[in-house]
Write a protein that binds this ligand. Structure first.
Ligand code: DX5
Ligand code: ZN
Length: 218
């Protein structure tokens, strides 16, 4: 099934011991950081000062997932502070093409996320502007929810468009990724997997990452 990337989400980590929690996922490909504003989603996490410190202490690339309103205004700052990729929600961006270009100009990979009920069709023409398409496999806002199989056709549709256009775009899934669900997402065409509770809920997060990798490539 080809190389897959596992990006643990620190949403399920111990927030008062972030440095130690980052060390526990050394075997990961990147660290997924969920920024929530209590408006786009009914939950509040962290913002620029904390993301900046994570960037300074973590040896892993930062994969920032912005679940915030008014992404056009706030997203570029996360590129400036050194995130490897910055993903905004299509539903929260007034000018997604302009924003993606701004993120790339700021030195980050440009990512765009779709909620489970948002269709990929209106965005197919702009996939060339993106480095990452995040297909949410739960409603954003909380860790520990169950994978939504209704998102599989959208993953397939996006993967088809990527193959058809020979685009260098990664398809990421986020939400409910476990050893049991990861293969379904991988077979549909996802290549980057965000996992919160299945990594941090395990006794040994490093082993959990290895098990997810194996399960995705089964
Ligand atoms: C949810 C976040 C996810 C979350 C996933 O809105 O975007 O990154 O941490 O958690 P799990 O893997 O537990 O579903
Ligand atoms: Zn996320």
């Amino acid at each position: 099934m080809g190389a897959c990337r596992i990006n643990p989400s620190i949403l399920s980590a111990d927030f008062v011991n972030l440095e130690r929690e980052l060390e526990r996922i050394g075997a990961a490909d990147a660290v997924h950081v969920d920024v929530m504003d209590n408006h786009f989603v009914p939950n509040l996490t962290l913002g620029q000062p904390v993301v900046k410190r994570i960037q300074e202490v973590s040896g892993l690339p930062l994969d920032v997932h912005l679940m915030i309103e008014d992404a056009d205004r706030w997203a570029p700052a996360y590129a400036e502070l050194g995130a490897a990729s910055v993903t905004f929600h299509a539903e929260a961006a007034a000018a997604p093409v302009r924003l993606a270009r701004e993120l790339r100009a700021g030195g980050a990979q440009a990512g765009m996320a779709l909620r489970p009920a948002t269709s990929v069709e209106p965005y197919l023409d702009m996939l060339g502007e993106l480095d990452l398409l995040l297909i949410m496999t739960v409603e954003p806002g909380f860790g520990g929810q169950s994978f939504l199989d209704l998102t599989l056709p959208k993953i397939r549709r996006a993967a088809e468009a990527v193959r058809g256009g020979s685009l260098p775009l990664a398809i990421q899934v986020d939400g409910g990724i476990t050893e049991e669900t990861i293969l379904r997402a991988a077979e549909a065409g996802a290549t980057v997997f965000v996992a919160g509770s299945s990594v941090y809920g395990a006794e040994d997060p490093g082993q959990a990452i290895d098990r997810l990798r194996l399960a995705a490539e089964a």
